[in-house]
Design a protein around this ligand. Structure first.
Ligand code: GLP
Length: 248
């Protein structure tokens, strides 16, 4: 992404943030570099200074940039490595492994949030959330069962989407203007119950990984709380770790 699209459902400041993140990811902007001013960014991308300011302020708040009084805004030295931990959806993960992702919708419905779910999604108990349960496959081989529970105003429109053919994350980003930008995730080892085992075509009691994820859109707003069961022997989680400071 290197241009700002006027017709995109994504707000312009968000598009600019993504462009700047990309500059850091690719190494074009290095830690300590001075980034262009609001005015320069405005001219480069044909947007207002206000929009450029909003994008910069967000990245300052996220720790990717820091400001120096009278000097300008610079790329931070720490935190940048954290960008190596990318937030991806199932479709992207499987494609990255060179396989073909697919999905079978087991159920899709609106349901009243209980207290726990309401707390995760920061909504009131009883509010209606969209619940989607899918069996996820890689090259037709069952890999995971995912229960995605989403809330945003108008989330019931998701009932009309084809979530066997489309990636949920992609839809949220391109059609609803709600890009998933951050997530908290927990992994826990466990054993497959009878029902999960049948769907995943493994024996009851085989090792599985339980994954719980809260996904946030920009502005720190949770949109999804997902619970998944992955076949333990078919999935590897990769994390790139980097020591921030060497001990003396
Ligand atoms: C992952 C996450 C889920 C998320 C899904 C979206 O597997 N654990 O929380 O709902 O990806 O995948 P896709 O965009 O392929 O529908």
């Amino acid at each position: 992404m290197s241009t700002i699209y006027r017709n995109s459902p994504l707000p312009r400041y968000y598009q600019l943030k993504e462009i700047m993140r990309e500059r850091i990811r690719t190494g074009e902007w290095k830690p300590g570099d001075l980034i262009p001013s609001e005015r320069e960014l405005g001219e480069m991308y044909g947007i207002s200074r206000m929009t450029a300011r909003q994008a910069i302020t967000d990245l300052v708040n996220e720790g990717l940039f820091y400001r120096e009084q009278g000097k300008g805004t610079f790329v931070s030295r720490h935190k940048v490595t954290q960008q190596l931990i990318r937030l991806t959806g199932f479709t992207e993960d499987i494609r990255a492994r060179g396989q073909r992702p697919s999905a079978k919708v087991l159920s899709a419905r609106m349901r009243a949030a209980d207290e726990t779910l309401a707390e995760r999604l920061r909504i009131k108990p009883g509010q209606l959330v969209f619940c989607l349960q899918r069996l996820r496959m890689a090259d037709e081989d069952p890999l995971a069962i995912e229960l995605s529970q989403l809330y945003f105003p108008g989330c019931e429109k998701l009932l009309e989407e084809d979530l066997e053919q489309n990636s949920l994350y992609r839809l949220l980003e391109s059609k609803y203007g709600l890009p998933p930008v951050e997530a908290e995730q927990e992994l826990e080892a466990g054993l497959a119950g009878t029902e999960d085992a049948q769907l995943l075509k493994i024996s009851t009691g085989s090792s599985v990984l339980f994954i719980r994820r809260t996904t946030y859109t920009d502005r720190n707003q949770p949109i999804e709380y997902a619970k998944s069961v992955y076949c333990g022997n078919k999935y590897t989680f990769y994390t790139h770790l980097k020591r921030e400071q060497l001990l003396p």
